[in-house]
Design a protein around this ligand. Structure first.
Ligand SMILES: [Zn+2]
Length: 352
């Protein structure tokens, strides 16, 4: 039905009813609009593709077609770079809304994180209380081109590692240099010829700009650790962001004392861009393995940690406490830094 017909219809109704109908018609769908009654053609096709991979990995049903997907741009090979928002749809415009952004499937050869994000979608769908008065943004397959392959790859269709292509301040001076010296031009870690050349990176940068998240969780595998970048970075111990550090410890505790490791910043990585430069607490969860058969096990292990990450209101904690100078002998910094020093050499070659 065309707009003009609706307007004509409304004109013939009593004024009070007309105003009500017109406002309902014009009002954007903001609250609890995360479940879809109709899916775009593009997303219907994409959900069928997702379902086929769920079948391949014996993951059961994805329920992909039950969510209200957002989609603006496509991957290099043309799949929709899509995301779902639970709760408040525009947290960036309301400074009081806590927004948590969760991203999976950044490296397509890390299979388990994709199922992990769909488990998060299911949990949110079944427990609206988790995001009441909040906003949770979930992008479950950030790099579809690397995931939807017979032999999934780390890099995207342009053969770029999208976790090295963020426009960080050190990109021009260090990204290619680091790639050739440290990684001996390993094609799996190619950062691109320039920063921000890849649609999957533009996608993430725009999501961050649009929703202004208070924290970001990026799920990878298989390094078996939790890494943190952001205010009060473990490197510097300069300013303690109480809530962000508290959450780091709580997440580890809720996952049977999962190991916290302070990874170095890489030129062009999300942790460097969002955590180090934009000062958004950014948590990189590295699941213990990429084996699709272990997905259920990992969800059981981390479900409470994810619940904590979604429900913890970092904005409120930050607003209620003034910036406190860190004491390097206390909080998470010291103990984890020691682990970091031990762990860095072992894990450096397989960096997230
Ligand atoms: Zn990764």
């Amino acid at each position: 039905m065309k707009n003009i017909d609706i307007k004509r219809m409304i004109k013939q109704l009593p004024i009070g009813i007309s105003i009500f109908l017109l406002s309902a018609f014009l009002r954007p769908n903001r609250v609890h609009a995360e479940f879809s009654s109709e899916l775009s053609k593009v997303m219907t096709t994409y959900c069928a593709k997702i379902d086929a991979y769920f079948k391949k990995y014996k993951w059961g049903k994805s329920n992909c077609d039950t969510y209200k997907w957002n989609h603006v741009r496509n991957s290099v090979a043309g799949d929709p770079l899509s995301w779902v928002v639970f709760g408040n749809q525009e947290p960036g415009k309301d400074k009081k809304i806590e927004a948590t952004m969760i991203m999976c499937g950044v490296h397509g050869d890390e299979i388990t994180p994709v199922k992990f994000c769909f488990d998060i979608l299911t949990m949110l769908k079944n427990s609206p209380a988790l995001y009441e008065g909040k906003s949770v943004i979930v992008a479950p397959i950030v790099c579809p081109d690397s995931f939807f392959k017979n032999k999934p790859t780390r890099t995207n269709a342009n053969k770029v590692d999208i976790n090295r292509n963020f426009p960080t301040k050190d990109w021009h001076s260090h990204a290619l240099k680091y790639w050739s010296s440290r990684y001996r031009k390993d094609p799996r870690r190619f950062p691109g010829h320039k920063p921000l050349t890849e649609p999957e990176v533009v996608f993430q940068v725009n999501l961050i700009k649009r929703y202004a998240p208070d924290k970001i969780l990026s799920v990878h595998a298989p390094l078996t650790m939790l890494d943190y970048d952001g205010p009060s970075d473990l490197h510097s111990h300069q300013h303690l962001d109480e809530g962000a550090n508290e959450l780091l410890i709580q997440m580890a505790q809720k996952a049977k004392g999962y190991r916290i490791i302070d990874f170095p910043h890489y030129p062009g990585s999300l942790g460097n861009y969002a955590g180090n430069e934009l000062k958004i607490p950014t948590y990189t969860l590295e699941l213990p393995s990429s084996d699709p058969a272990k997905s259920e096990e990992f969800w059981v292990l981390f479900k409470d940690a994810i619940t904590e990450a979604i429900t913890k209101d970092l904005k409120r904690i930050k607003d209620n406490s003034s910036t406190v100078q860190a004491n390097p002998g206390e909080a998470v910094g010291k103990s984890s830094a020691t682990k970091a020093e031990q762990g860095a050499d072992q894990t450096d070659q397989v960096a997230n």
